[in-house]
Design a protein around this ligand. Structure first.
Ligand code: PAF
Length: 306
């Protein structure tokens, strides 16, 4: 595993790999790697020759009241796990390398950044878009792979790549879940054992909504209410949002229609820990109504436990 901390060195290394005709896959992370991240490396390797994982806890995507300082970090362990999963390069710059004292440029993306996460974390996607663009420029990848767990982020990154003409392909990989359905996340480490056992409620709330959709429910507010009512069973839960929307543009119609792809989006506090999750549900079109293709988000999960 080659560890690179300097942007110029990273760019020169990528340039050399490109001239050798090899394809680079970037796996952007903030470290404290879990199986979800490691599966991104493995999937990345199916698309390209060289897997470059970036490890950078990006200060600009955290609000002052958020968990930047206490975000879990374990560089040694991350290097070990990344190498074991087939990672070739680890790009791990210091904050001063990414944001020198005279740094002044930020990327603002409109539309989809205003809702859901964007409504509760107003500058979050500005920080994400900025750092992702910087990571693209530093690592010069042919492909960049992101987890579906951060569904809105994946749409924002696709928008960024398209609008700013980044010459690369964005891949979105399915969420990896623990055996009880909890989406893997570095932040799960904040949960007490008791909270951890209750955290599966995000998954079961989505399952209940999906069952209703399967049974024919199309009214968005009713689908939202099913998720809210389910989550409210736990007094420790505070809901930021639990909403169904069009998966491509976050439109929120009164009723969903045949052929539409719905995303269920959840963000809740369980005690002091903020958890997010999502699932895709496709409504079969009138002609092809194969039951197998009905649920995307939860059917495609690769359930894994440590
Ligand atoms: O998803 C994450 O871990 C981060 O938001 C990302 C994409 C690495 C940008 O800091």
């Amino acid at each position: 595993l080659k560890i690179i901390k300097n942007i110029k060195e990273m760019q020169a290394t990528s340039e050399k790999i490109r001239t050798e005709g090899k394809k680079i896959v970037l796996v952007p992370t903030m470290g404290y790697l879990h199986n979800g991240h490691l599966s991104l490396i493995r999937q990345g390797k199916e698309h390209g020759d060289v897997a470059n994982m970036s490890l950078f806890v990006n200060p600009t995507q955290f609000a002052p009241n958020e968990d930047f300082e206490k975000y879990p970090r374990n560089f040694e362990k991350d290097c070990f796990s990344a190498e074991k999963s087939g990672c070739d390069i680890l790009f791990a710059p210091e904050a001063s390398e990414m944001y020198p004292s005279d740094y002044a440029s930020f990327i603002n993306i409109g539309g989809i950044t205003k809702k859901f996460e964007g409504a509760f974390r107003p500058n979050h996607f500005k920080g994400v878009a900025t750092v992702v663009a910087k990571l693209f420029n530093a690592t010069k990848p042919h492909f960049a792979i992101f987890g579906q767990k951060d569904y809105q982020q994946s749409l924002v990154v696709k928008r960024l790549a398209e609008d700013l003409n980044f010459d690369l392909t964005i891949i979105v990989a399915p969420t990896v879940r623990e055996a009880d359905g909890l989406a893997m996340s570095s932040r799960n480490v904040y949960l007490s054992p008791e909270e951890r056992s209750k955290a599966t409620i995000l998954f079961t709330a989505m399952e209940e909504a999906i069952e209703a959709i399967q049974a024919g429910e199309r009214r968005r507010k009713v689908i939202n209410a099913i998720m809210h009512n389910h989550l409210r069973k736990l007094p420790e839960i505070k809901i930021d949002y639990a909403s169904a929307a069009d998966a491509s543009n976050f439109d929120e119609p009164e009723e969903f229609v045949q052929g539409q792809l719905i995303v269920l989006l959840l963000a809740v506090y369980l005690g002091k820990t903020r958890l997010i999750d999502n699932a895709l549900v496709s409504l079969p079109s009138a002609i092809s109504s194969k039951p197998k293709s009905f649920i995307d988000g939860l059917e495609h999960i690769e359930r894994q436990s440590d």
